[in-house]
Design a binder for this molecule. Structure first.
Ligand SMILES: *Cc1c(COP(=O)(O)O)cnc(C)c1O
Length: 381
């Protein structure tokens, strides 16, 4: 008899059971100590995060969106200037550019990795210049946990005098040719939103840089543009801090993060073995390590809805990341699009389907997902 009990898409409960008392103790100690804002756990987490990825400076903040917005402020992005970013991503990547009155210029991605197509960057630059825009930088995204192809992206940025920000909200812990997420780009960022690979119990984010001056500016910006203290305001800033409670939780989660990444890799390996001959499974570039924030397969657009309904019927939740690329969204459709058309982004939005992925996915549950997916892909509709 096959079970139809529901399988969670992401099982935070399993991790909670594993960490058990350690989280309770961490929470209680913050409550007892009462240092709710920028308590000692925040500084300790920043030190451990910096050590983990090998960055000189780690600065925590309120969420992964602010983590990208703060460096744009520190880099002096001005209204009317442009930043190139992928269209096939979560809204934050482009949102922060528009916050500052600047212009996101959307570039296309590669179908097998879902990340920026380095060759599309030149097209984006040309489009922006044709519209009379001054391009300042590129925001690359480590979508679904895999690093973008940074060697050619960095070369392009260097050649054209552009800054590079690595939006690694989904990719903290990933490795690009020996380099860890957090050490790539002028500034790298991440998110601790609960469903991200390293998530807390609310909103949270962090950014990383080796640049002393940028780090100092961001430390000021994220506490109201403070100077020598918070009642000395030397620039217009914002309030974007990680709560001490979240830092205490993250310290416990960071301690088991490498094991969790290994477990995610095993889940990804089993999906590839079970589905590789039926669906287009994700490709990880050579010498790179994904942290598998999502496991996203591609299926013919005509079959995706059927497959999703079929899996739902079997108690298997799936998700579509992302149903529409940003350049097709109401809020973003008037911004420039590289070469006038993003063929890959438009196409894959109709093909992607994310399967349950988390470090505690049991082998028998995964076997059920694989079997149901195979059946759904071969069934007559
Ligand atoms: C989640 C996410 C963000 C934003 O993180 P929040 O903590 O939710 O603000 C930014 N970029 C990408 C690619 C994301 O997936």
């Amino acid at each position: 008899m096959t079970s139809t009990a529901s399988i969670p898409f992401i099982d935070l409960g399993a991790q909670r059971r594993r960490l058990g008392e350690r989280i309770d103790k961490a929470l209680l100690s913050v409550v007892d100590e009462g240092n709710f804002i920028l308590g000692p756990q925040v500084r300790q987490l920043e030190e451990e995060l910096a050590t983990y990825c090998g960055a000189q400076h780690a600065i925590t903040c309120a969420n992964g969106t602010d983590a990208i917005g703060l460096p744009l402020m520190a880099l002096g992005l001005k209204p009317g200037q442009a930043v190139i970013c992928p269209s096939f991503t979560f809204a934050s990547t482009a949102e922060v550019v528009a916050w500052l009155g600047a212009v996101p210029v959307f570039a296309d991605v590669l179908p097998d990795t879902f990340n920026l197509d380095p060759e599309g960057l030149a097209v984006a630059l040309r489009t922006a210049r044709e519209e009379g825009l001054e391009v300042r930088g590129v925001i690359a995204v480590d979508l679904f946990g895999q690093p973008a192809d940074y060697d050619p992206i960095e070369a392009f940025c260097e050649q054209n005098g552009l800054f590079l920000i690595s939006d690694s909200a989904q990719g903290f812990g990933s490795v690009y040719k020996g380099r860890r997420s957090g050490t790539i780009g002028k500034v790298a960022t991440t998110s601790f939103f609960p469903a991200k690979p390293l998530g807390c119990y609310g909103d949270g984010g962090a950014l990383f840089t080796d640049d002393e001056e940028i780090a100092a500016t961001i430390r000021s910006l994220h506490v109201h543009g403070k100077g020598s203290d918070k009642y000395d305001n030397i620039r217009i800033g914002m309030n974007s801090r990680l709560d001490t409670v979240q830092a205490a939780i993250l310290l416990e989660k960071l301690a088991i993060y490498d094991e969790e990444i290994d477990a995610r890799q095993s889940v990804a390996d089993r999906y590839r073995e079970g589905l590789g001959d039926r669906a287009v499974t994700p490709v990880v570039m050579e010498d790179c390590l994904s942290v598998w924030a999502q496991y996203v397969i591609r299926v013919e657009p005509g079959r995706r809805d059927f497959l999703q309904a079929h899996l739902k019927d079997k108690g298997i939740p799936t998700a579509i990341y992302y149903p529409r690329p940003l350049h097709q969204q109401t809020a973003y459709r008037d911004f420039p699009v590289a070469g006038g058309k993003l063929e890959v982004s438009d196409r894959i939005a109709g093909e992607v389907l994310a399967l349950p992925m988390h470090p505690y996915l049991e082998e028998n549950d995964q076997a059920r997902i694989v079997e149901a997916t195979r059946n759904g892909l071969s069934a007559n509709r």
